[in-house]
Ligand binder design. Structure first.
Ligand SMILES: Nc1ncnc2c1ncn2[C@@H]1O[C@H](COP(=O)(O)OP(=O)(O)OP(=O)(O)O)[C@@H](O)[C@H]1O
Ligand SMILES: [Mg+2]
Length: 571
C-alpha cells in the first residue's frame, strides 16, 4: 500500500497530526488554521458527531452529550456515555481520528489512509490494541504504534544527530506521565528504559482545584456544585484556566457568576488563589513522578548526574513547580528543547517518514525501543501454582523473541493451559492478565515428563504473540494477545442488564461484585480470580438469555463463595 503516512499524537487533552515535507516534520493545520485539536467528541443537537474545537465549546452547554479525556478509558471496560448511549473509548477515539483524517486529507490534497499513532510508553498490550482499533475505525491503516517519549526524543534527535548524550524525556501531559531514558550516539537513538504512571496528568491538577472551589462554594452557600453537571462542567473549565494562569503569575481570582441558583437567586463564587496555595494542594501529585523517574534511571543503569539533558514534553510541564521539582530531585536544569505540545506528533511523523523513506539520508536516524513491562506465564514451582515466570524482562530491546521450556506439573495431564501475564510481581495473579489458551493432546505421562516450549514474540508496535509447542509431538498452539482480548471482550457480558432474564440474577451478580471489590478475598488471589471469571461467564450467559447455563453458574458461584466465607470464619 502506498500514499503518505501521517504521525498522530492522540492525547488525553489535545491531538496533533504531522507529516514530512522536505525531510522535516510539519504540523498539519485545519481549514481554520489550528494544529492543536481538543480531544473532545460529542453528539450535537442535530444528532451528528461534533469533534475538536466545536465539541470543546459544546462541553459547557451540553456536558452530558460531550466526552473529554476518554483516552484514560482506553483498554478499560468502562464505557463512554453520551446522552442515553454507551460507546467504547476506542469508538470515541475513532471519531476523533476520523476528523483528523478528513482535515489532513484536505490540507495535504490527497486521501490520507496511513498513520503512525503514538501511545504512552507505559500503555499495556490491551491499550495498544485498542488504539490500533480506534485508528482502524477511522479508516486508517495503522502502520506503527510508537511510544510518545520515544517520538519526542526522535523529534529532538533529528536536530542533534552528532551529539553524544544521555537524555531523560519527562512527559507530563493531560492524563499520563511518561519518563524515558535514552542514549544517543552516531545517529543511533537507543531507548534504555521507560516507566511512568498512566493515571497522572494535568487532569489530576485540575481536579484538586475543582475540589477546592467546590468546597469554597459549599462553605459559602451550603450547596455542592459537583452534584450539578452544568456547574461541574464550568468548575472544570475554570480550574484549567486558573491552573494555566498560575503558570504565568502568582495569583488568580476565580470568578464564577451564577454558578447555581437557590430560590431563583443566583449563587456565585469568587475566590483568590495563589501559586503557593496551588503548589501546596498538588505537591503529592508532583511527588508521584519520583518513583517512575528513579526506576527508569536504575533500569537504564544511569545516575542522575550522568544525564546530559532533561527534555520536557507535555503541556503540564509549563507549571513552574514541575521545573522546580526536577531541579531539586535530579540536580539539573531541565530544558524545553522541543515544542512541548508538538514534539510527539512530529516524532510520530519522523517515524512515518522512516517507514516511507522520506527522511533525507544525512538525517537517517536509527532508533531502538524497549518494552515497558515484564511478560510471562503462570507456573507451578512445587509450592504454589501462581508463580510468574518471566519470559521477556521489562526494558528489553524490541523487537524481541524469547522462549523457555516448562514441564508438566500433574501426572497424566492431557492439556497445558498457558496463562499470559504482564507485570513485575512474582505472583502471577497480582500482575495484569492478558489472556489464556490451551495446548491439548498431551500424551498422558508422569508429571514432569512432557515438556512445552513457550515462545514470546514482541514486535516493534509493542504487541505480543505467544506460541506453545509440545516438544514430544511438535504440536503447536499460538495466539495473538489482541485475539485473546477480543475474545474476552466480545462477550456481551457488559450488556447483561439489558437481558430479559437479568432480574433473576441481578442480586447475586451485584453481591458477587461487592465481594470482589471488598478486601475479603485479599489473601486468596487465586480464588478471587476464579470467582471473577465465573462471574464473567454468568454475565455472559445472562446477556445471551441462556437461563439454564446462568442458573448452573449461579449455583456454582453460590457454593464456592459459601465455602470460602465459611473457611474464613473458622478460628
Ligand atoms: N500553561 C500551562 N500551565 C499548566 N498546564 C498547562 C498549560 N498549558 C497546558 N497545560 C495542561 O497540559 C495538559 C495538556 O498537555 P498535552 O497536550 O501535552 O497533553 P496530551 O498529550 O493531550 O495528554 P497525554 O500525553 O497525557 O495523553 C492539560 O492538562 C493542560 O491543562
Ligand atoms: Mg501527550
Amino acid at each position: 500500500m502506498d500514499g503518505r503516512i501521517i504521525g498522530i499524537d492522540l492525547g488525553t487533552s489535545t491531538t496533533e497530526a504531522s507529516y514530512i515535507e522536505d525531510g522535516k516534520p510539519r504540523i498539519i493545520l485545519t481549514a481554520e488554521g489550528s494544529g492543536v485539536i481538543p480531544s473532545v467528541v460529542g453528539i450535537g443537537d442535530d444528532g451528528n458527531w461534533v469533534v475538536g474545537e466545536r465539541a470543546r465549546n459544546q462541553l459547557l452547554v451540553s456536558p452530558k452529550k460531550t466526552a473529554a479525556e476518554f483516552k484514560r478509558k482506553i483498554g478499560h471496560d468502562e464505557p463512554v456515555t453520551l446522552g442515553n448511549e454507551e460507546f467504547s473509548a476506542a469508538e470515541i477515539s475513532g471519531k476523533l481520528l476520523s476528523y483528523i483524517k478528513s482535515y489532513a486529507s484536505e490540507a495535504l490534497g490527497e486521501d490520507i489512509r496511513r498513520a503512525v499513532i503514538s501511545v504512552p510508553a507505559y500503555f499495556d498490550e490491551i491499550q495498544r490494541q485498542e488504539t490500533v482499533l480506534a485508528g482502524q475505525l477511522a479508516g486508517f491503516t495503522v502502520e506503527r504504534i510508537i511510544n510518545e517519549p520515544t517520538a519526542a526524543a526522535l523529534s529532538y534527535g533529528l536536530e542533534h544527530m552528532e551529539e553524544e548524550e544521555h537524555i531523560l524525556v519527562y512527559d507530563l501531559g493531560g492524563g499520563t506521565f511518561d519518563v524515558t531514558v535514552l542514549e544517543m550516539f552516531d545517529g543511533v537513538l537507543e531507548v534504555k528504559a521507560s516507566n511512568g504512571d498512566n493515571e497522572l496528568g494535568g487532569k489530576d491538577f485540575d481536579e484538586k482545584l475543582i475540589k477546592w472551589m467546590a468546597e469554597r462554594f459549599n462553605e459559602e452557600h451550603g450547596q455542592d456544585p459537583l452534584k450539578d453537571v452544568f456547574a461541574a462542567s464550568r468548575l472544570k473549565d475554570e480550574a484549567e484556566k486558573c491552573k494555566k494562569a498560575l503558570s504565568e503569575k502568582e495569583s488568580f481570582t476565580v470568578m464564577l457568576p451564577a454558578l447555581m441558583e437557590k430560590d431563583g437567586k443566583p449563587l456565585s463564587l469568587e475566590a483568590e488563589l495563589t501559586r503557593d496555595m496551588f503548589n501546596g494542594m498538588t505537591a503529592e501529585l508532583i511527588k508521584r513522578t519520583h518513583r517512575p523517574i528513579q526506576t527508569a534511571l536504575s533500569d537504564a543503569k544511569i545516575k542522575a548526574s550522568d544525564l546530559s539533558r532533561i527534555i520536557l514534553v507535555g503541556g503540564s510541564t509549563r507549571m513552574p513547580m514541575v521545573r522546580e521539582d526536577i531541579r531539586e530531585f535530579l540536580g539539573r536544569e531541565p530544558e524545553e528543547a522541543v515544542d512541548p505540545e508538538l514534539a510527539v506528533s512530529q516524532g510520530a511523523a519522523i517515524q512515518a517518514g522512516i517507514i516511507n523513506d522520506e527522511i533525507l539520508p544525512e538525517n537517517s536516524i536509527v532508533m531502538t525501543d524497549v518494552n515497558p513491562y515484564s511478560l510471562g506465564v503462570r507456573t507451578f514451582n512445587g509450592f504454589s501454582n501462581d508463580c510468574m515466570s518471566v519470559i521477556i524482562r521489562r526494558n528489553s530491546t524490541i523487537p524481541s523473541v524469547k522462549k523457555d521450556t516448562f514441564a508438566t506439573s500433574a501426572d497424566y495431564q492431557e492439556s497445558v493451559k498457558v496463562d499470559v501475564y504482564q507485570g513485575e510481581s512474582d505472583i502471577a495473579s497480582h500482575n495484569h492478565f492478558l489472556g489464556t489458551f490451551t495446548v491439548n493432546g498431551v500424551p498422558p505421562r508422569k508429571a514432569g515428563k512432557e515438556k512445552v516450549s513457550i515462545e514470546f514474540s514482541y514486535d516493534l508496535n509493542g504487541m505480543l504473540k505467544v506460541t506453545a509447542m509440545l516438544l514430544s509431538t511438535g504440536k503447536e498452539a499460538s495466539i495473538d494477545i489482541d485475539m485473546l482480548r477480543s475474545k474476552k471482550k466480545k462477550d456481551k457480558a457488559v450488556n447483561w442488564e439489558k437481558s430479559p432474564i437479568a432480574r433473576r440474577f441481578k442480586r447475586s451478580i451485584r453481591e458477587t461484585e461487592k465481594l470482589l471489590k471488598s478486601d475479603e478475598l485479599e489473601a486468596l488471589p487465586f480464588e478471587k480470580e476464579t470467582i471473577d471469571e465465573m462471574l464473567h461467564e454468568l454475565k455472559e450467559a445472562v446477556a445471551e438469555g441462556d437461563e439454564e447455563r446462568a442458573l448452573e453458574l449461579d449455583e456454582e458461584l453460590f457454593d464456592l463463595m459459601n465455602d470460602l466465607l465459611e473457611d474464613e470464619d473458622e478460628p
